[in-house]
Write a protein that binds this ligand. Structure first.
Ligand code: HEM
Length: 123
């Protein structure tokens, strides 16, 4: 289910292989490090629900773009698209993100800048 959601909502920026466009759209291939970090699961869910804005460094390259929020996706869809990205592009063996985790993160009302502040310190 995640593959279809990825191609419909994410691929135009992060590209078919999750490699992004250096300096413009970050790759998603490093996300195992993010999901394993303290607060990382919640951060990834927040990025999808609330978007992301502000300067960040990923794999040695800097980004200062705007990712739109995807609040319209259902809890299970947010979990599915993240689990697709994590397993396919990041080869992650982390325990899958659940709809219940997404539901909990939805209760917050964060700005895209707030989401960036909650990013775990992963380069
Ligand atoms: C950042 C996932 C759709 C543009 C990110 C990050 C994740 C992510 C996890 C943070 C990476 C990190 O912190 O290391 C997704 C998923 C999408 C999606 C799962 C689909 C549901 C999009 C779309 C665009 C986009 C459609 C372009 C319109 C960006 C940009 C950043 C980013 C510019 C960096 C923002 C900044 O510089 O602060 N994305 N993304 N994303 N995404 Fe997406």
């Amino acid at each position: 289910p995640g593959a279809k959601l990825y191609s419909a909502h994410c691929q135009s920026c992060h590209q078919a292989n999750g490699q992004g466009i250096p300096g413009v759209f970050p790759p998603l291939t490093h996300l195992d490090k993010v999901v394993q970090a303290k607060g990382g699961r919640e951060y990834l869910i927040r990025v999808v629900l609330y978007g992301l804005q502000g300067p960040l460094t990923v794999e040695g390259k800097t980004y200062n773009g705007v990712m739109p929020p995807f609040r319209q996706l259902k809890d299970q869809e947010v979990a599915d698209v993240l689990n697709y990205v994590l397993t396919t592009f990041a080869k992650s063996k982390a325990k899958p993100i659940t709809a219940a985790e997404v539901k909990a993160a939805r209760a917050k009302a964060l700005s895209p800048q707030d989401v960036l502040k909650s990013r775990p310190p992963v380069k």
